[in-house]
Structure formats: structure tokens, C-alpha cells
Design a binder for this molecule. Structure first.
Ligand SMILES: Cc1cc2nc3c(=O)[nH]c(=O)nc-3n(C[C@H](O)[C@H](O)[C@H](O)COP(=O)(O)OP(=O)(O)OC[C@H]3O[C@@H](n4cnc5c(N)ncnc54)[C@H](O)[C@@H]3O)c2cc1C
Length: 428
């Protein structure tokens, strides 16, 4: 088990609680990393000890996994480097069991690629837990998807798919992308652009870009057409076979490699621990993003079921980073005995890359419905690159100052039937 301490945690006797307050952040993706760094900054003069748990020693820029699939190299960003100077302890490993009663988490060792490795698990005690385990492609609902489809779940998975694409392209074969959401569209266009000789079929229940306004959607459809992507929309995948995708009509679409982007699922850790989760396994939170069953557990990002006045927040980086920022600030305020306000959030855009040379940005109302304003072409490419590239510099800057990840303040506040009013949290 690898443990790095970027710096000895500061403790100042007489300033705050008598013993260290132990915060464990599970998951070092966009939200866990941002929450940990911001909390370290906010509590730097108090005796708060923060530990971050992540299976890989490398930070995964999940927003760019379709680029890895298309054969592009990403910057190698070490978790330890992002945490340098923060005082946060990094424990490399995978959380395998959570005991909210005893307030412990068991962490099993992992290797350099984040996969399970030999070694003895460790048990980490915590006073406050930040649950930021994200989500992964849901390959469990359609037979054959888990066995035969590739995913974009991390760099090793995306790199495996990339290698297979090279083989299929060399043989003039066909790749299918199942799922016509924005991730599927980004993957299909990126692949088609990188491999002009490859036949790419996008299979989707809905029209690609269905949530966008008419003009932005038309641009997206034109880009798919220009790049030669065949779109099969309004169909359901019934089965994934080694060499085909079978539709519910019984028709088989040839597929030498299948990428699965149709829906996401979360891991069972929270549900197995008896924490209240929704029908998809996401932690049900109150207006301050604490678990409704275990208030010392704060959930952020894709793993949290956040209900706003206009409805459920869907898992994106755009909404996840504000949950991380809010939680870091909330825990820090609670430790100082201060009141906290309910979480607020509103969407501002749907940014979609269409290969490296085109993109489309649909600006939105806080509830993610489209506004009239949209962008395409070069301006959209630059905008999208700024969106994808900004989280890591924001994290680096957060080590020294309070950087805001909340791009919109226009959204309505969180709402839960049980807890409609501004609340005070008890994280200590
Ligand atoms: C190709 C692609 C493109 C996308 N593009 C966009 C976009 O343009 N805009 C947008 O807003 N969103 C986009 N998203 C969605 C976005 O990436 C997610 O919403 C975001 O990553 C969620 O952040 P998170 O911190 O909750 O989860 P993640 O970033 O997935 O981080 C979770 C972390 O937890 C770790 N982990 C998992 N299980 C364990 C365990 N048991 N123990 C310890 N650690 C564990 C994981 O290894 C990972 O490091 C895209 C997603 C994909 C796949």
C-alpha cells in the first residue's frame, strides 16, 4: 500500500478540537480531488487531517477519454503532484468496505494501473467522509455488453479500445458506438476523424443531441454526416455479440469493436454499507449534500443523488465540481461551528467536441433546457478545450487560493421533502 504525505498536517493546540479531525475523501477524480484540495486550503490553520484514496497514482481526465480512444496521448498528471504542498495524505488503493457505524473504510492495494494488487488491506478511520467515487459505463443491463463491449472507464480501458480500433481500421472493419448521448457523439466523431477508413455506426435510442436546441442539434448531425458516421437512432440494443450488435428487432449490425456509452452505474459500496441510496445506487443527500441516513457522509459528483427545485442533477463535471466546492466549504464552516446554506446550482451549457476541428456549444437555462444562444466551429473548439482543460489548473491554483468552480449562481437551491430549510451541519 502506497502512502504519500505531501507535508505534515498542521496542528495548533487550543485552536479547534483537541484531537485531529480526520476527513477521508474516497475517489480522486474531478470532484474528490477538488474537494480535498479546497478543504485543505480552507482548514490549513486547524487540526484537520485529510486523506485521499484513489486506485490509480495517475489523475484521470475523464473528460478526455474519447481522445485516448482515438489514439491521443494525454499529459501524465500524478495524484501526488497535484497534492504537493497541501498536507493531504494520499493512500493508493480501492475502497472495498465501508462501516459508517465504526467510521472506518477498508482500502485494498492497487498497482500502477489502478488494478488490484497483492498486499494487505488497510483500515482508515474517519470523522467525516467525502464520498466521490464517480460512476462507470453501465454494461450490466444488456446481455453481452460486459463481455464484448469496450468502455471509456479510465486510461487503461480507453487505451485497450484504442489498440483494438487500430486493428479494426487496418482491416477496414466496423466499429459501433452504443449510446447517442453526448459521450457517444464525442467518441463517434473523434474515432471517425482519427480513422477515416473505418466504418463508424452510432446506435441510439434517441436522436443524437436530443436535449439541444434545433440549430445546435442540426450542426451536430451535420458533423456526424461530414465525418461519415452512420446514425441508427430510435433503436434498442438487445445483445452485444463478439462480431455484431443485435437490435431488439432482431437485426444484427456488424461490429468488429463495440464501445458502450449507454448510461452509467455506480459501485455498490454505499448501498452495501447501509447508506440510503436511490434506485440507481446514488447516495440520497439532504439540502447540504450530506447523506440523509448518515450525516457524517457527504456525497459529491456522479455518486450523489442531488435534487434541486427543478429536478434531479445529472452526472457531469459541470455539476460535480460545484458539489465538491460546496462540500469543502460546508465541512470547513461546520468545523468552525458556522451555519451553512443549501446547495445551489444551475447549468450553463452543453459543450460537445465533434473531433478536434469542430465542436458545438448549446447554452442552457439552469435546468439544462436550451437557450437560443449556441456556438459552433473554431470558437466552439476553443470554448470546449477551455472547459476540458480548466479543472486541473483550477486544482493546482486551489492549493494557494480559493478558486471558484461554480460557473452559475442562477440555479435554484436543493430541495428535499425532509429538509427544506437552511440547515446546520455537524461534521465534527
Ligand atoms: C468521454 C467522456 C466525456 C465527458 N465529457 C463531459 C463534458 O464535456 N462535460 C461534463 O460536464 N462532463 C463530462 N463527462 C462526465 C464527467 O466526466 C463526470 O461527470 C465526472 O468525471 C464526474 O466526476 P466524479 O469525481 O464524480 O467521478 P470521476 O471523475 O469518475 O472520479 C471518480 C474517482 O473515484 C475512483 N474510484 C472509483 N471506485 C473507487 C473505489 N472503490 N475506491 C477508491 N476510488 C475509487 C475512480 O478511479 C476515479 O478516480 C464526460 C464523461 C466521459 C466518460
Amino acid at each position: 500500500m502506497t502512502q504519500h504525505s505531501a507535508q505534515t498536517p498542521s496542528t495548533s493546540p487550543g485552536d479547534g478540537p483537541a484531537r485531529d479531525h480526520r476527513v477521508v475523501v474516497l475517489g480522486g477524480g474531478y470532484t474528490g480531488m477538488f474537494a480535498a484540495i479546497r478543504l485543505a486550503r480552507r482548514t490549513r490553520r486547524s487540526n484537520v487531517r485529510i486523506t485521499l484514496v484513489n486506485p490509480s497514482p495517475r489523475f484521470t481526465e475523464r473528460l478526455r477519454m474519447h481522445q485516448v480512444a482515438a489514439g491521443q496521448e494525454l499529459a501524465d498528471i500524478a495524484v501526488a503532484d497535484l497534492l504537493a504542498g497541501t498536507g493531504i495524505t494520499f493512500v493508493q488503493g480501492r475502497a472495498t468496505a465501508l462501516d459508517p457505524g465504526a467510521r472506518t473504510v477498508t482500502v485494498a492495494p492497487t498497482g500502477a494501473d489502478g488494478a488490484p494488487a497483492d498486499g494487505t488491506p488497510v483500515t482508515l478511520p474517519w470523522d467525516t467522509l467525502v464520498y466521490a467515487l464517480g460512476s462507470a459505463a453501465d454494461t450490466g443491463r444488456v446481455p453481452g455488453a460486459a463481455a464484448h463491449a469496450f468502455t471509456l472507464d479510465g486510461i487503461p480501458a480507453a487505451a485497450r479500445f484504442s489498440a483494438r480500433l487500430g486493428e479494426v481500421a487496418a482491416a477496414g472493419g466496423t466499429v459501433t458506438v452504443c449510446g447517442g448521448g453526448l459521450t457517444g457523439v464525442e467518441a463517434a466523431t473523434e474515432i471517425a476523424e482519427a480513422h477515416p477508413g473505418l466504418a463508424v455506426t452510432l446506435i441510439s435510442g434517441e436522436e443524437p443531441g436530443a436535449l439541444m436546441g434545433e440549430r445546435a442539434r442540426a450542426h451536430l448531425v451535420r458533423a456526424l454526416d461530414r465525418l461519415g458516421v452512420t446514425v441508427r437512432s430510435g433503436v434498442r440494443v438487445a445483445r452485444v455479440l463478439p462480431d455484431a450488435v443485435e437490435l431488439s428487432s432482431g437485426e444484427r449490425v456488424r461490429s468488429d469493436a463495440c464501445l458502450w456509452t449507454a448510461g452509467v452505474r455506480v459501485g455498490p459500496l454505499a448501498a452495501d454499507a447501509g447508506i440510503t441510496v436511490d434506485e440507481r445506487g446514488l447516495i440520497v443527500v439532504d439540502a447540504t449534500l450530506r447523506s440523509v441516513s448518515h450525516p457524517r457522509v457527504h456525497a459529491v459528483g456522479d455518486a450523489a443523488a442531488v435534487e434541486l427545485a427543478w429536478g434531479r442533477v445529472h452526472g457531469t463535471c459541470q455539476s460535480g465540481l460545484p458539489t465538491a466546492q460546496y462540500t469543502a466549504d460546508t465541512v470547513a464552516r461546520a468545523l468552525r461551528g458556522k451555519k451553512v446554506k443549501p446547495f445551489r446550482f444551475g447549468y450553463i451549457h452543453q459543450p460537445v467536441s465533434l473531433g478536434r476541428h469542430d465542436a458545438v456549444i448549446q447554452f442552457t437555462h439552469p435546468d439544462d433546457t436550451p437557450r437560443r444562444l449556441w456556438l459552433r466551429g473554431r470558437a466552439a473548439v476553443r470554448y470546449k478545450e477551455f472547459v476540458s482543460g480548466s479543472p486541473v489548473p483550477s486544482m493546482r491554483l486551489s492549493r494557494r487560493m480559493n478558486v471558484t468552480a461554480t460557473v452559475s449562481r442562477g440555479g435554484r437551491r436543493t430541495r428535499t421533502p425532509a429538509d427544506p430549510a437552511p440547515a446546520r451541519v455537524s461534521a465534527a
